[in-house]
Design a protein around this ligand. Structure first.
Ligand code: ADP
Ligand code: MG
Length: 687
């Protein structure tokens, strides 16, 4: 075996950054540019400028307050500036000896003592000035900017940048679009006379090209995976007249809404096709997705297959379990079928029993948490996999569920559910290979939830309100924010609130639920609340997903400004589920200046303005970008680097239109294009 050539530190760092191929380097665009083309005079500078000056060192000393630092004063003839270095080598100190002329570059801070620069870069004065702007790349430790710059230019020189757009296509794009080669050369190596603003203008033809390329790659790979799925087999499941599906419908204590019927038919059509369903069922909080899922499961079960329902938390899974048992078990019993329950906290013995039920097929329906996808779980014949709150799960988990029937060469149908409506642009770009069904109507008899913004200083009034709700036999949620950096702090906060409310509301059972509690304890608290004995439930965000207590009429959210809009909307959806007039109180804590920040205000105002989940999702996207919707950190799907869904909708539509044509007529170009842009990552997009 030939000995592998040892990689240098920077080489390793390049690989770690995903910059292994020449094309990856070429597509690693500068995050900004530095203007090193001119020397400025201190007198002409403004606070915050990044300035390059040439000056003479007039003083150099080591200071000790507040900590050890090298303090160098320079004078450029127009003014003086203090350079501060908190870490430095003797060689640097020598290079900055009094009398030396240096070229210094850094951010200027004004102040009481005059100009300062902290850790500026410097070199001897008088060297040649570059004629063009200098690109600055995002990098990691161990990969110096200069090395990376060279590597990128090398990659740019070697990479195959030949056009992958089919002939004649570039002309259909507006405004004028450059070739990939031109675009990359422009952005990596700006010509001497290109102004910074032009490079940063994402409407520029160079940027248009990169965005168009990126969006096309994304659309192509999703379309590709959709077509690959079309050749896979799944059982064709048809609803039987008079079967389980009809019986369940008849047994429900309510009529389906028109929207529920419509999406139910869409799902039933997919199930009947013998090709794996890959459908997202979205519907606002409380729109009644669970029963639609149960009806789909009934079709699968009636056809002799198993259904699985996976939920992200134990509480939610348990709630589904109870509901489904209530609906289905009376219908199952005469058929000798069972519902199995799988979670991480289960006792060994119970778990073993459940696993046996699943393996034998006696459990026609399996409900649980992540435990459902573990290796030991062997289905007899899984026909339909349902994932609730799908954005809470990662790609790997979705794949694991789909792979459960791998040995048989078949795939289960997949139904994903989400209460976070995906805005149209996102659906088009990230979920292009997904069919979407939308429940756009709430069951009748719900009263709209009144939302109020109240300053934290008026907590007492809120407590009064809670008292009166509980006196009327209603129940109340109080949600404390989860502070990501400090779970301990988050707990202290929730505990303190719990104590204060308990003291203020004698005779009322006030419960506490937080993420660190053992599952059994959580369950106990939850069942007291669901059962109605507990009047107030103080909780960290664990109740965010899916709990259903129709008697709850007031939702108080503390530090509402720390939550995302969609999260707030989900929380608010926990009330207003019954006939009682319900309210949501958003307690906000004004910052130091006594005022709420601009963004926080806009967010909270959106909550007061609208109860429409789609509108809220749209605003959330505007304020925070797509990451939240995609669960980006876990999804593995590469987020768009260049295109921006808020502004590039036209390019997105263009790419969507071109992708199928390209796959059909220019498959070789299509393959080359996705390989260039996605390399090995395209597998991930298939999930
Ligand atoms: P979500 O879509 O948020 O998951 P659920 O499925 O939990 O909503 O449904 C919310 C509540 O509405 C549940 O109590 C459910 O039984 C009830 N429900 C669902 N569909 C209807 C309907 N058509 N009419 C009346 N109540 C319904
Ligand atoms: Mg739900």
């Amino acid at each position: 075996m030939p000995e592998a050539k040892a990689m240098s530190e920077p080489q390793k760092a390049l690989v770690k950054m995903g910059l292994a191929r020449d094309i990856d380097l070429a597509l690693h665009l500068p995050m900004r540019y530095e203007d090193e083309t001119s020397i400025v005079r201190l007198r002409d500078c403004r606070e915050g400028d990044t300035a390059q000056i040439e000056a003479t060192v007039t003083a150099s000393e080591i200071g000790y307050r507040p900590r050890r630092q090298l303090l160098v004063t320079v004078d450029d003839g127009s003014d003086t500036c203090m350079l501060r270095f908190f870490s430095f080598y003797p060689s640097q100190q020598k290079a900055l000896a009094v009398g030396t002329r240096v070229r210094v570059r850094g951010e200027l801070k004004g102040g009481f003592l005059g100009w300062q620069m902290v850790h500026p870069t410097f070199k001897p004065a008088g060297g040649e000035l570059p004629s063009a702007l200098t690109p600055v790349y995002s990098t990691v430790a161990g990969l110096p900017q200069a090395y990376l710059r060279k590597a990128v230019l090398g990659g740019l020189g070697r990479a195959d940048l030949s056009d992958t757009f089919p002939p004649g296509v570039t002309e259909t794009l507006r405004p004028v679009v450059w070739s990939l080669r031109e675009a990359l050369a422009f952005l990596h190596q700006p010509a001497p006379d290109v102004p910074l603003a032009t490079l940063e203008d994402r409407g520029h033809p160079a940027w248009q090209r990169l965005k168009a390329e990126e969006l096309l790659a994304q659309q192509l790979s999703q379309l590709q995976s959709m077509r690959e799925r079309e050749v896979l087999r799944s059982p064709a499941l048809a609803a039987k007249p008079g079967g389980l599906h009809e019986q369940l419908l008849a047994a429900l204590p309510f009529q389906l809404t028109a929207a529920q019927r419509r999406v139910g038919e869409e799902i039933a059509r997919d199930l009947g096709r013998g090709v794996p369903m890959h459908r997202l069922l979205q519907g606002d909080v409380g729109s009644g997705k669970t029963v639609v899922a149960a009806l789909a499961a009934a079709i699968a079960i009636d056809a002799g297959w198993q259904g699985a329902l996976m939920a992200p938390t134990e509480i939610l899974a348990e709630q589904h379990f109870r509901k489904l048992i209530g609906w289905l078990e009376p219908l199952f019993a005469p058929r000798g079928l069972r519902v199995a329950w799988l979670t991480g906290s289960q006792k060994k013995k119970e778990r073993a029993e459940m696993l046996a039920l699943v393996a034998s097929g006696e459990a026609a329906l399996v409900v649980g948490t992540h435990a459902v996808i573990q290796d030991q779980v062997q289905f007899r014949n899984l026909g339909l996999a349902i994932i609730d709150e799908q954005h809470r799960f990662g790609v790997a988990q979705r794949l694991a569920l789909r792979d459960k029937m791998k040995e048989t060469g078949q795939e289960p149908h997949l139904l994903m559910m989400s209460a976070t409506p995906i805005p149209r642009t996102l659906a088009m770009s990230y979920y292009a290979d997904l069919d979407v069904s939308t429940i756009d109507e709430l069951p009748p008899g719900r009263t709209p939830v009144v939302t109020k913004l109240i300053a934290d200083s008026r907590r007492d009034e809120v407590t009064e309100r809670i008292r009166s709700q509980v006196a009327q036999g209603r129940q109340v949620y109080w949600v404390c924010p989860l502070i990501e950096e400090s779970e301990a702090l988050d707990l202290t906060n929730a505990t303190a609130t719990h104590e204060a409310l308990s003291a203020a509301l004698p005779g009322v059972m006030v419960g506490l639920l937080h993420s660190r509690m053992p599952p059994a304890e959580k369950k106990a608290v939850m069942s007291l609340f669901t059962g109605g004995q507990m009047g107030v439930l103080v909780s960290t965000t664990v109740i965010e997903v899916g709990v259903d207590v129709p008697n709850a009429s007031l939702m108080v959210i503390e530090h509402a400004e720390r939550f995302g809009l969609s999260q707030l909307h989900q929380l608010r959806g926990r009330v207003g589920r019954g006939a009682a007039a319900s309210a949501c109180v958003l307690l906000y804590s004004a910052g130091e200046g006594g005022r709420l920040g601009e963004t926080a205000r806009a967010r909270l105002k959106a909550m007061v303005d609208t109860a429409d989940g789609f509108e809220i999702a749209r605003r959330d996207l505007e304020i925070r970008g797509p990451g939240e919707f995609l669960g980006a950190r876990q999804s593995g799907a590469p987020l768009l680097r260049f295109a921006d869904l808020a502004t590039d909708i036209q390019l997105l539509e263009w790419a969507r239109g071109l992708a199928p044509l390209m796959l059909d007529r220019h498959p070789e170009l299509a393959r080359k294009h996705t390989a260039r842009w996605l390399g090995g990552k395209s597998e991930y997009l298939k999930a």
